[in-house]
Design a protein around this ligand. Structure first.
Ligand code: BGC
Length: 762
């Protein structure tokens, strides 16, 4: 059964609690789940396979069903038509297809492979189930704003429940690329700028997708992508090169992948980018030495879409044959979409360029996973048209989408307690291109969801209002183009109203793959709309739609209240209304810093201090700042307000010194002095004052979400050990060095909160 229950403990579980959980026997069990068992029938089967059939088991193609979904999602490629694809399945030239069109399609293809092919090896069906299947949850970045990893486990489990009901065995998710440059469009699919937060969500999502037994017809095989450091693309340009020190790679970019594999993910996807001159798809150190050698990964690695072939344009492989050889020898077991493996691997083996044993090993990995998914027991186990319909968009799944939606919303600003709005007695003008209509609700990277089945903002707001007729709606502007007469109409609507809700930002197509932006601003026509509406003097709540952190300016930044609402999915309107009208007190926190200006990118809170830091306050000459602005965030990582009045006080630490093998407890009293209940995300940051390599100004080490009734106080405790203070030293190994550490318990990465310091002693 779909498990959507959540214990209070799990819901409020922060990094500190997760760290404790990591040491428990439950975790040891999960580690066992990361192991591959090869059934005894696999090797005899491999011995019966021709080289062509082996290469077929390593070749994954986009579904060719009637010009289907896959074709519209990825770049056009000269693929086969569906009848040809069925024939390829029958000939053993295909390991499976991705982004297909449901159970009926899967049944036809599976029949050809598992019933009619020579060796009857079942196909595997993959899809990009990134943030929901039919019921769409908030985009992954938004969900991370909940600072509640268990929420991500639950939505991943719910997505797996729907998707596995329609014939899908394997999701190309979670995407765990740390993204510190907001120009990069794909940050929307991941876990934000911080490695600790990203790692906790990576692990939670893997557990949600895979469950405890891959044979379950309610779960999917997870895929950690894009391995590795895809989010470090130079200048935020998608597909661009990555040039990164080994230390930063290990400290910032690799931990999220490791967390996902450690949580038991049994597949990984090679990234498009190169790292320091070597494309990930052809990088033996990355895909083999590190992943299998150092980390002990036992599953299989798939290339990204034509990633092997792209090494030709990148200037690393001479031709298709060379690309296949390089990718395969590097450790990429399966090729996606290029067809290069099935075209060249047999001959590469015959010529001795690729050892036969290596080919067999990759085939063994793939067949073992198919067996673990139960496909050899029953190739049709996840293919069931009735179940597909019966599991689609159940009320409990939609309720989870609404819960996730409201937990993802971050209240950036709320001057004069403009929010929450009253449900009656005020006329509201809802203005902006995202005010109403079945568009831009489910957001980017949705294969099977449908805007038409999602609740828009106007509908959500009307159902929260005592008198739905008190809402006036005006689009005001297009997304990137003005709307003729739009501003006049919007200003007229604002004049008639007591309060304005301005729904502006980015549309679904402005983030995601290949959607890098040079300016991460609200598009100019909408900014103009905001200026005009603000000039009416009516109180204004900005409701932002966005797939990345934005640089807010002018009337948008100056609005009395601002909500970061991302793309919230199926329940967008209801979840937003829950926060707007106070049915839910906002609890989300930014997983990515909102800079003051686009030109600061890449801006991230855990930056190094430089030798000339500008002290807080005035900009000083010859200090590290930009002309006219400090190198700080408008809204930093971790920021988010509630409807309570939260105060931090009473910092305590159990000792002044922390011995290498000991522990120190730090605590603070968190109080809600307001008249409304609130959930506060209490964050623990440290800074290492002097070390053998310079350290970031702050680093998140733990967090905890606490629910506080009006007037309630709670002492929140964190334990730190030397492990938490370790970093990658000059020798590229993890080390903890004696020295003095600052520690903050604070509501965001750039707020003071309460603080102390202690010495780590040898
Ligand atoms: C993306 C992957 C995705 C794949 C298959 C690629 O373009 O980079 O994230 O899983 O397509 O759709």
């Amino acid at each position: 059964m779909l498990d959507m229950r959540v214990s209070r403990r799990a819901a409020l579980m922060g990094a500190g609690a997760v760290a404790a959980w990591i040491a428990t026997p439950a975790r040891a069990l999960l580690h066992a789940a990361g192991r591959v068992t090869v059934p005894t029938f696999v090797d005899p089967l491999i011995r019966r396979m021709t080289l062509e059939e082996k290469a077929g088991q390593l070749s994954l193609m986009a579904s060719a069903w009637g010009g289907g979904i896959a074709a519209s999602l990825n770049p056009a490629s000269a693929g086969s038509n569906f009848q040809q694809q069925v024939e390829e399945a029958r000939q053993g030239q295909l390991t499976g297809v991705f982004n297909g069109n449901g159970a009926t399609m899967a049944r036809i293809l599976q029949t050809a492979a598992a019933r009619e092919s020579r060796l009857k090896i079942p196909l595997i069906f993959a899809a990009d189930i990134i943030h929901g299947h039919r019921t769409i949850f908030p985009v992954p970045l938004a969900e991370v704003a909940s600072f509640e990893p268990d929420l991500a486990r639950r939505t991943a489990a719910a997505a797996a429940f729907e998707a596995s009901g329609s014939g899908i065995d394997w999701t190309f998710s979670p995407m765990v690329d740390v993204a510190r440059d907001q120009r990069w469009g794909r940050g929307v699919e991941g876990g934000g700028e911080d490695p600790l937060l990203g790692s906790l969500f990576a692990a939670a999502r893997v557990r949600g997708f895979q469950g405890e037994d891959l044979k379950s017809t309610e779960h999917l095989l997870a895929c950690i992508k894009h391995f590795a450091a895809y989010g470090a693309a130079e200048s935020g340009l998608d597909y661009n090169v990555v040039d990164v020190s080994d230390r930063r790679l290990r400290e910032v970019y690799l931990p999220t992948y490791k967390a996902g594999f450690d949580a038991g993910a049994l597949s990984g996807m090679a990234s498009f980018n190169e790292i320091n001159g070597v494309p990930s798809t052809g990088n033996h150190w990355l895909q083999t030495d590190l992943l299998r050698g150092e980390w002990g990964f036992q599953g299989f690695v798939v290339s990204d879409y034509t990633g092997d072939e792209e090494m030709i344009a990148a200037g690393y492989a001479k031709d298709g044959r060379d690309a296949a050889r390089l990718a395969f020898l590097a450790g990429v077991d399966m090729s996606m979409q290029s067809g290069l493996y099935r075209k060249y691997l047999p001959d590469l083996v015959r010529s001795g360029a690729v050892p036969q044993a290596k080919l067999d090993q990759s085939v063994r990995r793939v067949l073992a996973l198919k067996a673990m998914l139960g496909l050899f027991d029953d190739p049709f186990r996840r293919i069931d048209e009735k179940r597909e319909a019966a599991r689609s968009m159940l009320p409990a799944t939609r309720a989870l989408a609404r819960e996730a939606g409201r937990k993802a919303i971050v209240m950036l600003k709320n001057e004069g307690d403009l929010l929450p709005l009253p449900r009656s007695g005020k006329r509201i003008a809802l203005i902006g291109p995202f005010a109403s209509g079945a568009h831009d609700l489910v957001g980017p990277w949705v294969v099977y969801g449908d805007d038409a089945k999602a609740i828009d903002l106007a509908t959500g707001i009307r159902s929260a209002l005592a008198n739905p007729a008190s809402l006036i709606v005006a689009p005001g502007s297009g997304v990137e183009q003005p709307l003729r007469g739009g501003i006049e109409q919007a200003v007229a609507a604002a004049r008639q109203a007591d309060v304005v809700i301005l729904a502006i930002g980015e549309d679904s197509g402005m983030s995601g793959e290949a959607q890098s932006r040079t300016e991460i601003i609200v598009p100019p026509p909408q900014q103009e709309l905001a200026e005009a509406v603000a000039s009416t003097g009516k109180p204004m709540v900005v409701v932002l739609k966005h797939g990345r952190a934005l640089a807010l300016e002018g009337a948008v930044a100056g609005a009395q209240a601002i909500l970061a609402t991302w793309f919230l999915g199926t329940e967008t309107g209801n979840a937003t209304a829950d926060v707007l009208f106070g049915a839910y007190s906002p609890s989300g926190r930014l997983p990515a810093s909102f800079p003051l200006r686009s030109g600061q990118e890449p801006y991230y809170y855990a930056h190094k201090p430089t030798g000339r830091p500008n002290p807080p306050g005035e900009l000083q000459p010859y200090k590290a700042h930009f002309r006219g602005i400090p190198n700080a965030a408008l809204y930093p990582f971790g920021h988010g307000l509630t409807y309570g009045k939260i105060e931090y006080s009473g910092f305590k630490q159990s000792a002044r010194a922390l011995p290498m093998t000991g522990a120190i407890e730090v605590s603070a009293t968190i109080s809600n002095r307001g008249s409304r209940a609130a959930e506060e995300v209490v964050q623990l940051y440290i800074h290492d004052r002097v070390a053998s390599v310079t350290r970031p100004v702050r680093e998140l080490k733990a967090f905890r979400k606490v629910a506080l009734a009006p007037g309630q106080s709670e002492v929140v405790r964190f334990t730190l050990r030397s492990n938490d203070l370790a970093f990658i030293g000059r020798d590229n190994r993890l080390r903890a060095e004696p020295g003095t550490f600052d520690v903050w318990i604070a509501p965001s990465a750039e707020s003071d909160g309460v603080r102390g310091s202690f010495d780590l002693t040898a």
